[in-house]
Design a protein around this ligand. Structure first.
Ligand code: MRU
Length: 349
């Protein structure tokens, strides 16, 4: 829950809360050029699948303003290609970049000059605003539908919910995905506690989710990632709620590293495990989790924190930013349009 929009378009520039500076400082970046948008996405100044989709959408609007696809289609397409590949795992980025680029290209087509869409840059900006508005509506719908499902599955109140990474307003446009469900439970007066996993190596749970839960006044505790399955075994949570970076056609779900461990722990403990994600994160063109590209962010984030070494010099590290939870460990997927009960044999397609 943020009072400032995570992402805003103001006076020809993309303004973003700089998430690398939280929780110490709430400051915004003002971006006017495509390379700056790419840099912000790569270094996680803006992050979370829906949020990078919206940032990429506005990035295309900046690209169309800088390199008009009518006069320099090569430069425009190169900028679009660079934007769409800034991060590989969340389908929202490539999908929204492609969608806004298609709107700009349609306005650039011969004969389109008199169309209602205006210039390619105008058309791109209008489409980017639509992407933002759709994500805002989606986050509202997911919160309500997910809270209903949690109450149905848990069968008693108040509810204790475990979550990982950050899936709140910072990761989307407004209320979020999994954290929107937790916020809705809190607003309904039925949240006993949220347990936020800290989310190594970049601490999105500690830095961002604990910050958002604090601002919404929701009771919460932070736990180290390794404690998740054990806490579930000891009955510390009634439900696990996660977001998604990509949901494959068979329901396998890529999300922040550590999600799979929670799913295994939840299955063992008999705790419902729910994925909450907008339809914009569902990718039926990807058959299964094995086909999802997982971003490896390199060793630096693992062997140091805040400029201080946490491992001996020269230590090798592996750093997958995401994992894949197989659909058989997922109780249900909640989107802005539907609930898919995998536990009851329902399928996405
Ligand atoms: O690397 P990040 O911080 O972008 O990872 C984000 C996540 O894994 C989120 O859980 C996911 O994008 C869903 S956000 C609503």
């Amino acid at each position: 829950v943020t009072t400032e929009p995570t992402i805003a378009w103001r006076d020809g520039a993309l303004e973003l809360i700089d998430q690398t500076r939280l929780p110490a400082e709430l400051v915004s970046l003002r971006l006017t050029a495509v390379p700056d948008v790419i840099d912000a996405i790569k270094r996680l100044a803006v992050r979370g699948a829906p949020a990078i989709g919206v940032a990429g959408a506005y990035g295309v609007a900046l690209a169309a303003a800088a390199d008009d696809p009518r006069t320099d289609p090569g430069a425009f397409r190169a900028a679009v290609a660079a934007l769409r590949s800034a991060r590989p795992t969340a389908v929202n980025l490539a999908r929204m970049v492609d969608r806004v680029a298609a709107a700009a290209e349609a306005a650039a087509a011969p004969g389109a000059g008199t169309g209602a869409a205006g210039s390619p840059a105008d058309a791109a900006l209008a489409e980017a605003h639509r992407v933002r508005d759709e994500e805002r509506e989606a986050s509202r719908a997911m919160g309500e539908r997910g809270a209903d499902l949690v109450l149905d599955l848990v069968g008693r109140t108040p509810v204790r919910a475990m979550t990982i990474c950050n899936t709140g307003g910072l990761a989307t446009v407004e209320r979020g995905t999994a954290l929107a469900v937790i916020q809705t439970l809190h607003e309904r007066g039925v949240l006993a506690e949220a347990i936020a996993m800290e989310t190594r190596p970049l601490l999105q749970g500690a830095r961002l989710t604990a910050w958002e839960l604090g601002r919404m006044g929701a009771p919460h505790r932070l736990a180290v990632d390794g404690a998740g399955p054990f806490l579930l075994a000891r009955g510390a949570a009634d439900v696990v709620l996660i977001g998604a970076d990509r949901v494959a056609a068979n329901g396998d779900t890529a999300n922040k590293i550590g999600s799979y461990s929670l799913a295994l722990g939840a299955a063992r403990a008999g705790v419902p495990f729910l994925v909450v994600a907008p339809e914009s994160t569902v990718d039926v063109a990807t058959a299964s989790g094995a086909d999802i590209e997982i971003e490896d962010r390199g060793p630096a984030e693992v062997v140091a924190w805040g400029g201080v070494a946490t491992a001996p010099p020269g230590t090798a590290a592996v750093n997958p930013a995401f994992d894949v939870t197989p659909v058989d460990l997922i109780t249900a997927l909640v989107t802005d349009r539907r609930v898919v009960r995998f536990d009851q044999g329902h399928t996405l397609t």
